[in-house]
Write a protein that binds this ligand. Structure first.
Ligand code: NDP
Ligand code: CA
Length: 310
């Protein structure tokens, strides 16, 4: 029997809205590839049974449906058909784009490559166009991808269409320049595509707010702001979006703690954050942090209500 879920509250940003436009609820979540959590991830304090797919699958679907977002932006999806089948039962449709050479394929019990996916509530938004791209570095394709969709709001013909991009930048320290290059490529691509229209970019950037790629997003002509900075009075990012312990490569038997903010929901100035799903405390996550029997991924889901301003 699985332990009960943690109840997370929404922080309300701004209660008086005079010229209210429609609100779009967006989720960003790296769901943790099943092949990787059994393979290279080496989550040394995580109970083995928490990584079994028969325990994880319910928890993943539960998290995806819990807050009823209109748009779900996911990374490390190596079980797209499973997610699609289950979310399909409650009216979501989805688009998936695998990484060209997914590390999942290196593991014996893999179920295909991992990649990025967007799901959307088909009774709330309509898909106008979709694009799947491989991110480039200096003219060469890399192993990282992005799914970009343009949506209209059903029953709201007067509001403009908006574009949502989901990406997962190159992981690990030592690849800061590659992440910057991939992020810059994506920004140039979106600048051409959306011009000055409304845009949301969700991702596991594998970069903390001190990295160059973060600064590039903040300075972009798209006018992007990071939704989760609205959680704090000082407009700073939360302390973490991932918190885990891995076995140490440097000292056998030892462990390395990783507690940092690397996941983001960026929105253009056409949107205003209205509500933000709070980050659980360290105590809420438990002694061994993520993943666990309660939290099926090493990344926390981010959920934000974004209101289109008129
Ligand atoms: P990344 O380096 O971007 O990361 C792969 C996964 O590893 C991510 O999902 C990441 O999770 C996770 N990860 C991050 N930190 C660690 C860590 N310390 N220990 C274990 N796992 C970690 O993957 P690539 O896309 O570059 O793929 C690597 C694989 O792909 C290689 O094994 C090789 O087979 C192949 N490859 C392909 C290349 C190509 O261009 N075609 C080039 C190089 C390798 P998170 O994002 O959650 O941090
Ligand atoms: Ca991972």
């Amino acid at each position: 029997k699985l332990p009960p879920r943690l109840k997370r509250e929404f922080f309300v940003c701004d209660e008086n809205d005079k010229n209210a436009g429609p609100v779009i609820r967006v989720m960003q979540w790296n769901i943790l590839a099943q092949a990787l959590c059994h393979g290279s991830d080496n989550f040394i304090l995580c109970p083995k049974e928490a990584l079994h797919w028969e325990n994880r699958n319910l928890r993943v679907i539960e998290e995806l449906l819990q807050y009823s977002p209109q748009i779900l932006c996911l990374q490390e999806v190596d079980k797209f058909e499973f997610v699609k089948e289950n979310l399909g039962k409650v009216g979501y449709e989805g688009i998936f784009f695998p990484k060209p050479d997914s590390p999942c394929l290196d593991f014996r019990h893999h179920t295909g490559p991992d990649g990025c996916a967007i799901f959307y509530a088909a009774d709330k938004v309509k898909l106008i166009s979709q694009k799947c791209i491989v991110l480039e570095d200096d003219g060469y394709e890399t192993n990282q991808v992005c799914v970009i969709c343009t949506f209209g709001i059903i029953g709201n013909d007067h509001t403009p269409s908006f574009t949502v991009a989901v990406t997962h930048l190159k992981a690990k320290s030592g690849f800061e320049e590659l992440r910057f290059s991939q992020g810059s490529y994506l920004l140039r691509y979106l600048e051409k595509m959306v011009e000055s229209g409304p845009v949301i970019v969700c991702g596991d950037f594998n970069a903390d707010p001190k990295e160059k790629v973060y600064a590039a997003f903040k300075a972009s002509v798209l006018g992007l702001q990071s939704s989760y900075t609205y959680l704090s009075k000082t407009k700073s990012e939360p302390d973490y979006t991932t918190w885990k312990f891995r076995g140490s490569r440097r000292s056998p038997g030892g462990r390395e703690e990783s507690c940092k903010t690397i996941d983001y929901i960026w929105h253009s100035k056409h949107f205003r954050p209205k509500g933000i799903l709070k980050i659980p405390t360290g105590e809420d996550l438990g002694e061994n942090k993520l993943p666990s029997l309660v939290f099926p991924s090493d990344h926390l889901s981010l959920v934000c209500d974004l209101q289109l301003t008129s």
